[in-house]
Design a protein around this ligand. Sequence first.
Ligand SMILES: *Cc1c(COP(=O)(O)O)cnc(C)c1O
Length: 431
Amino acid sequence: MLNADQNDILFERARAVIPGGVNSPVRAFKAVGGTPRFIRRAEGAYFWDANDKRYIDYIGSWGPMILGHGHPAVVEAVQKAVLEGFSYGAPTEREIELAEAILALVPSMEMVRLVSSGTEAAMSALRLARGATGRKHIIKFEGCYHGHADALLVKAGSGLATFGHPTSAGVPPEVTQHTLVLEYNNIAQLEEAFALHGNDIACLMIEAIAGNMNFVRATPAFAARCRELCTQHGALLVFDEVMTGFRVGLHGAQGVLGITPDLTVLGKVIGGGMPLAAFGGPRAIMEQLAPLGPVYQAGTLSGNPVATACGLATLKEIAKPGFYEALGKKTRSLVDGLKAAAAAEGLPFNADSEGGMFGFFLMKELPQNYATVMTTDNAKFNALFHGLLDRGVYIAPALYEAGFVSAAHGDDDIAATIDAARQVFRTLPSP
Ligand SMILES: *Cc1c(COP(=O)(O)O)cnc(C)c1O
């Protein structure tokens, strides 16, 4: 058939052999409806779907593609690495180089261990925190995502400062019974949790600029209180910077907020699009890891030579002077343009950004926590999503996801996006 939609055809084939047709749930468009776009190729700020339709890409593989797709220096580094072998299962000089590059940019880290996914890094940081402190309890916040390790797939129980309930089948309640789930930016609740359980808390894990409930900043006072209470009670403060690391700035959310965590979890940008993640912190804590210490952690493909080549080449580009100033300015111009276009249509709207990460909300005030983000008008968001998609602008297919701008996005791409949004805003039902 000449005019058959190739995405529909691929989706049907995919669903026959892959659960839901996707290898990570949010790709399935379940929240927004419709057929996921199957991507054939990408270049710079764009990718093309199976119908050869072009989109301006604002997900950038959910964060990693900060240089845009196919940056020549990164492609060259990867091509060179591939010719030298895919994986050895023995140490390489490139792992040292990447470790040194990461530590030079994130001063709170004295040592780092490389792994293959953010999930693995967060899970390992958690085990390390428990091993290093000899404590069981952990604190996480509603709306923060730290990968899909069992103990972190939790939602708040009823009442204040209670232990969480599993959010996934297959996670026994016993596995989440040590995870306290608190409201983001709620200082009183945080203080209550430490007052009740302070001496048993191994760590507090947080996205200090949250990117998994759209885009929500920890207030400076809240972030500072997290640091103080952890220090006071001997708990480790863990910044999950899988999304924010090398994305909101060269020194991550910890640089933006001016707060030094004990452990840092990295991913996404540090692999430049290849499977690579890391966790690290002070030497005395990191030396608790095997083979030096009693906390076990390992990986067949950890520090993979091709992935580390990709990550190193990426870090080299983003460390160039002025990189984040330019990226931040461009992202800010997108956010300001969207706000102005929405205001002109009398649409309740707000937006925020830091570095190359942004979020927008179909509401007047910037939300401070997950519950408020989730009051977004779903139907309106979905209409906006599909309106933009039709016009060749690809934003995250769910209202609780952040957006990403890359160095490859040009001013003309930003202008075209704002123009597309203006057209869609006009079609949205007024409040
Ligand atoms: C993406 C993400 C993870 C999980 O990383 P994966 O590589 O998808 O396993 C963990 N934490 C945060 C903050 C993330 O954004």
